[in-house]
Design a protein around this ligand. Structure first.
Ligand code: ACO
Length: 322
């Protein structure tokens, strides 16, 4: 039996920080409203020359350095994104080329905010099937480019960035209990109208903008997140007590706190970066992972739960031993 073990993590953010106060120049809002409703204090916004592929490449290079590997060691790249540089080729193939790789294969995966959880699960399947040995899993987004900057109900919530992990297939007998232990993925397209982009190649021919019924999303989020985490706990045969860290998708502090409370997970065990990064969709979990590994919170051997919920709706969770 092969286990998929995280052997490196890295992240990258655009240069420009935009505070809540700066957004007051664009829309009728306030730092107090944004912080109270979401926990967001600032976000990073991509500038000229910064794209999903450039941020993804930088995060990938940091993850490879952290793993002590080079692009030559990678045989598959999966990029979770809803904001690709081009309609095609895939951002993953663009990043493959930027890394100087002409071997292996690469593709994008689109599950909006749940993209990273879906991509990690997909990579795990390739590794356990023996079809790939080392996989770069990247979550990279430039949501600022699909925001309606005149709509205060959405534009204050999102930011840009990228994060990446390297997953390596290791024989179970050598893995020391590390690796992905349980996963659960869900989707339900009947919730489309609650969170979607009102454009696309085959419908309007325009890129479109994020549209959201915030209260409706909020109403469903905690229940969906806690259901899928409980499914993963059941599969792994552990409970909240057995968890060292919950690393949630960073959409909103109130959703994170509500989910943790319902599951009986104390906030000291929850990694929160939404205050600094805002909602970076598929990039938010690997950005939070990189933050908590760099500052020494997540250590080798820790039991970590990743969870996300987003447009579609899609939702899912992954339990792993770091
Ligand atoms: N600044 C000031 N006022 C605002 C702003 C803003 N940026 N946005 C909305 N308001 C106003 C509204 O117009 C409304 O005014 P009204 O009462 O005069 O009509 C008032 O604030 C309350 O609006 P609500 O939408 O009811 O506010 P709510 O408390 O629900 O908070 C929020 C809105 C933060 C979007 C919340 O619903 C939420 O967090 N929803 C989850 C959505 C989410 O996180 N989506 C991210 C993508 S999905 C995911 O990743 C899970």
């Amino acid at each position: 039996m092969i286990r998929s073990v995280v052997c490196g993590v890295g992240s990258a953010l655009p240069k420009r920080v935009v505070t809540n106060d700066e957004l007051r120049q664009l829309v009728d809002t306030s730092d107090a409203w944004i912080q109270q409703r979401t926990g967001i204090k600032q976000r990073y916004i991509a500038g000229e020359g910064e794209t999903t592929a450039s941020l993804g490449e930088a995060a990938a290079r940091n993850a490879l350095d952290n793993a002590g590997l080079t692009p030559a060691d990678i045989d598959l790249i999966i990029v979770a994104t809803s904001t690709p540089d081009n309609t095609f080729p895939a951002t993953a193939v663009n990043i493959q080329n930027r890394l100087g790789m002409a071997h292996g294969f690469a593709f994008d995966l689109q599950a909006v905010c749940s993209g990273f959880v879906y991509a990690v699960t997909t990579a795990d399947n390739y590794i356990r099937a023996g079809r790939a040995r080392r996989v770069l899993v990247i979550g990279a987004e430039t949501f600022s480019r699909i925001l309606d900057w005149t709509d205060r109900t959405t534009c204050v919530l999102f930011g840009d960035g990228a994060g990446a992990v390297v997953l390596e297939g290791i024989e179970e007998t050598m893995a020391e209990g590390r690796g992905i232990a349980a996963v659960s993925l869900r989707s339900d397209g009947s919730h489309r109208e609650k969170l979607y982009v009102d454009g696309g190649v085959s419908s309007t021919g325009e890129i479109g903008h994020v549209r959201m019924e915030g209260r409706e999303v909020f109403k469903h989020a905690v229940g969906m997140i806690t259901d899928v985490i409980e499914a993963v706990f059941d599969e792994a045969g552990i409970g909240a007590d057995g968890l060292d860290w919950l690393v949630p998708h960073q959409a909103n502090r109130r959703i994170i706190e509500g989910s943790a409370k319902k599951l009986g997970i104390p906030m000291e065990k929850v990694v929160v970066t939404v205050d600094r990064h805002a909602n970076t969709s598929a990039a938010s979990i690997p950005l939070a992972l990189a933050t908590a590994v760099e500052d020494g919170r997540i250590k080798r051997g820790d039991t970590v739960m990743l969870e996300a919920m987003g447009g579609g709706f899609t939702w899912g969770a992954v339990l792993l031993r770091w």
